[in-house]
Design a protein around this ligand. Structure first.
Ligand code: GDP
Ligand code: MG
Length: 200
């Protein structure tokens, strides 16, 4: 089983051109602010506080690269959908994020995090649609599974996939996780191993 031995913060970039220059494969993590992205990154790497978990949505507006086992980059992208942020900030987020997503040759996968507790959100569906339109490989990662009963979790993932099916022929593979209980850790690390080490 793949386990992460080392994860080191390398740099923050406000522009894709400032991202690390070497060509290691990378996986980007993104989702609405407060979806549990930092918590998931900390769970996967086993490094507490690697990605700062915060109660203040939309604070980190930078592309953060973490070098993992000296072999690949885990990329923490700023969250979207924060309510209390001025339009100019949203414009900056859009440009920075899409410039990165569309111009980063070593980007292998985008992991899109979805809050399992709530019904399908337009903002997530639209973001996913744009990723799909641009041919970016996607996995869906549902978060905070511990907060809902199994039945409700099933209902919400089904609803989300049905909402996606309106525009998509093939629904991306999905994973159900809880950073709180470390659910989904083995599955996600297995997936990462395939992506990074098996030229998947
Ligand atoms: N119960 C529960 N809470 C979580 C989980 N993941 C994150 N949270 C909480 O959700 C809030 C936002 O988490 P954070 O990781 O900072 O989200 P981010 O903004 O997407 O990076 C924090 O209060 C976390 O403690 C989870 O799996 N279960
Ligand atoms: Mg965060």
């Amino acid at each position: 089983m793949y386990q992460i031995k080392e994860a080191i913060f390398e740099k923050s970039a406000s522009n894709y051109l400032q991202c690390p220059k070497n060509e290691l494969p990378e996986i980007a993590f993104i989702g609405r602010s407060n979806v549990g992205k930092s918590s998931l990154i900390n769970m996967l790497t086993g490094v507490k506080n690697l990605a700062k978990t915060s109660q203040t949505p939309g604070k980190t507006q930078l592309i953060n690269h973490f070098l993992v086992d000296k072999k690949w980059y885990l990329v923490d992208l700023p969250g979207y959908g924060f309510a209390k942020v001025p339009l100019s900030e949203k414009g900056k987020w859009e440009k920075m994020t899409w410039d990165y997503l569309l111009n980063r040759p070593n980007l292998r996968y985008v992991f899109v995090l979805i809050d399992l507790r709530i019904p399908p959100q337009k903002i997530d569906l639209e973001f996913l649609y744009k990723l799909g339109e641009n041919g970016l490989p996607i996995k869906l990662i549902f978060t905070k599974a511990d907060k809902v009963k199994t039945m409700e979790a099933q209902k919400n993932t089904t609803a989300f996939r049905e909402a996606m099916a309106v525009d998509w022929k093939i629904i991306p593979e999905f994973f159900i996780t809880s950073a709180e209980r470390k659910n989904g850790k083995t599955e996600l690390l297995g997936l990462i191993e395939e992506i990074i080490f098996d030229n998947f």
